[in-house]
Write a new protein. Structure first.
Length: 201
């Protein structure tokens, strides 16, 4: 049973309770670091632990190195369906690692990469992942540094992706005009039901 029902994901309000098939791990330090706790989680993912279907490492400051280690475990995991990684400061390199893993992963349905200082290089990698991934349904990229160039790559990828249902891109570095063009370009998309876009001042 999932940590939260997919029908509840539209609001992206997660309950605070922790159940047996989920792991939540919150902020420990302002400096990027990988702890023994993180390593144990990565080992469980690599071993395809059937009890681990939902993982939150939000505000854990794992950085690019931690993202790389997590990505290695995600490549072969077919149990986890939700991964929340917001506010880990792994930037483009970390996003590239995670995106490459998601090209292989077939179980993941929810991925939160918000607040990680991801720019266009990360967006390009995520776009490439969206071209081949057939399982991901909810993708959060809010509060990053994606410009109109990265947005164009995402738009092109979404034209061939028939599985993503919801995409959050609010508070990135593209302007209102490019944001509106992006939404108009995807109006005919058959599976994407919601695009959330807001703009930095």
């Amino acid at each position: 049973m999932f940590f939260m029902r997919l029908s509840q994901i539209t609001s992206f309000i997660r309950p605070l309770n922790v159940v047996t098939n989920s792991i939540q791990h919150f902020h420990r330090s302002m400096s990027s670091q990988v702890t023994s706790y993180d390593l144990e989680i990565f080992k469980r993912l690599a071993k395809n632990d059937a009890l681990l279907t939902s993982l939150s490492l939000s505000m854990s400051q794992i950085g690019p190195k931690g993202a790389q280690m997590l990505a290695k475990s995600l490549k072969t995991n077919d149990q986890v369906v939700e991964v929340y990684l917001n506010k880990n400061h792994f930037q483009d390199q970390g996003a590239i690692y995670i995106a490459e893993a998601c090209e292989k992963n077939k179980s993941l349905k929810v991925l939160d990469l918000s607040r990680n200082a991801i720019g266009d290089a990360g967006a390009v990698a995520i776009a490439q992942m969206l071209r081949v991934n057939q399982g991901l349904q909810f993708l959060l990229l809010s509060h990053n540094q994606i410009t109109s160039d990265g947005l164009n790559h995402l738009a092109q990828a979404l034209e061939v992706n028939a599985h993503l249902k919801e995409l959050h891109l609010n508070f990135n570095s593209f302007d209102h005009l490019n944001g509106q063009r992006f939404k108009e370009q995807l109006n005919a998309h058959t599976s994407l039901k919601r695009i959330k876009i807001g703009f930095k001042s």
